[in-house]
Ligand binder design. Structure first.
Ligand SMILES: Cc1ncc(COP(=O)(O)O)c(C=O)c1O
Length: 376
């Protein structure tokens, strides 16, 4: 997970700064080549030369079922699966499938930007509540959530949470579950980062109870964990037949057939990527610790511990800059601008740093950040 690195020529993240001396640590993919077993499976699929319409096949479906059982102790049924070309389409379909135009969709900020744009794009009304930074990390104001959720039909949950890096504990999930039951909500739980929980085991929201499962759309994908985002492959797990029907219907004519290369990569990753993932987690734990150490030692910057993901949410408010992302870009580090993770300018003085890169690049970026802060 280190050494010399040459980005793909089409890399969105790297192309943004082509020809400039800016280390790109923004969009959330990693600088690590996919597991060798995935590459081998793709090579053999490509060698067939046959790329007609595909359909998820039994051993692929079995791989997902086994993965859920092995990694989370979650027993799912084959018919609960709905295949998707990505998680973001799943967020949109959830908005379309639940309620009607003008109905409330709730999410907590800061959050991955499509959580904020999907409701509006699907004629729903976005309701937000800021997460709170407590002594020991980011958390929920459940009383405030209770008040807002009265007006909601759908709760978009990011679990683990991008960008704050929390892997929600079971007691926190239970509080959300109680609110979902009280206000009769559907919950769409985006669990794309769940296999990047740095310590401990992930609990899918839907696993809490059969009643909760019946109101939950879980979105998962191999793309973040195994660095396969460009292959467009994800799946929804929807135990309730009516909700599943509505979700499928919402995508009719819009959501394409699954990409056969994405499906091929998915099976290989879930079946044979285990050892690679453990090595990745070691690397990410070390990178997270390094980022935390450097950031929290710099006057004006601070962050909480990253429990999951390869993303660090950095509070730059004490630097007193209007646009810290632009400031660090000038200094040669391309970070995600916090402003995109909330409405208005609420998070304009935060940045998100992607540490899914090689150690030399990460260290160089951190050094540039340190020097830039020292010059202020
Ligand atoms: C929470 C979350 N959901 C969804 C996505 C994107 O999913 P996809 O590329 O499958 O649409 C990301 C990408 O960073 C993410 O962080």
């Amino acid at each position: 997970m280190s050494g010399d690195f040459v980005p793909a020529p089409d890399s969105l993240r790297w192309r943004k700064y082509a020809g400039r001396d800016v280390i790109p640590l923004w969009v959330a993919d990693m600088d690590f080549p996919a597991p060798p077993a995935v590459v081998a499976a793709l090579q053999s699929r490509v060698a067939s030369g046959l790329f007609g319409y595909g359909e998820p096949w039994p051993s692929l479906i079995e791989a997902v079922i086994e993965h859920c059982q092995r990694e989370y102790g979650w027993r799912i049924e084959a018919e609960w699966l709905v295949w998707l070309p990505g998680l973001v389409p799943g967020l949109h379909l959830a908005c379309r499938a639940v309620g009607a135009a003008g109905d409330g969709v709730f999410t907590a900020t800061p959050v991955y930007p499509p959580f904020l744009s999907a409701p509006d794009a699907e004629q729903r009304r976005l309701l937000t509540l800021p997460l709170v930074r407590h002594e020991g990390g980011w958390g929920w104001d459940f009383a405030a959530a209770d008040a807002i959720l009265r007006a909601a039909r759908l709760l978009l949950l990011c679990h683990p949470h991008n960008p704050v890096g929390r892997a929600w504990r079971e007691d926190e999930l239970w509080q959300l579950a109680a609110l979902a039951q009280k206000h009769d909500l559907v919950v769409c739980s985006d669990e794309i980062h769940c296999d990047l929980t740095l310590n401990g085991r992930h609990t899918p929201f839907a696993m809490l109870s059969p009643e909760i499962a019946a109101r939950t759309i879980t979105l998962m994908a191999p793309s973040k964990t195994f660095n396969l985002a460009g292959l467009g492959c994800a799946y929804a797990i929807i135990p309730d037949a009516g909700l599943r029907r509505a979700f499928r219907a919402a995508g009719h004519g819009i959501v394409p057939h699954p990409n056969v290369l994405g499906l091929t990569a998915c099976e290989a990753a879930l079946r044979e990527g285990g050892a690679w993932r453990l090595q990745l987690l070691d690397t990410l734990r070390a990178h997270a610790a390094r980022v935390e150490q450097v950031v929290n030692a710099l006057p004006g910057l601070s962050m909480e511990r990253v429990e999951a993901t390869f993303l660090a949410w950095i509070d730059c408010r004490e630097l007193g800059l209007a646009q810290p992302a632009a400031f660090f870009e000038q200094a040669g580090v391309g970070l995600s601008d916090g402003a995109a993770f909330g409405s208005g300018s609420a998070y304009a003085q935060y940045v998100r740093l992607n540490f899914g890169t090689t150690r030399p690049l990460l260290d160089a970026a951190l050094e540039r950040i340190r020097e830039a802060c020292a010059r202020l």
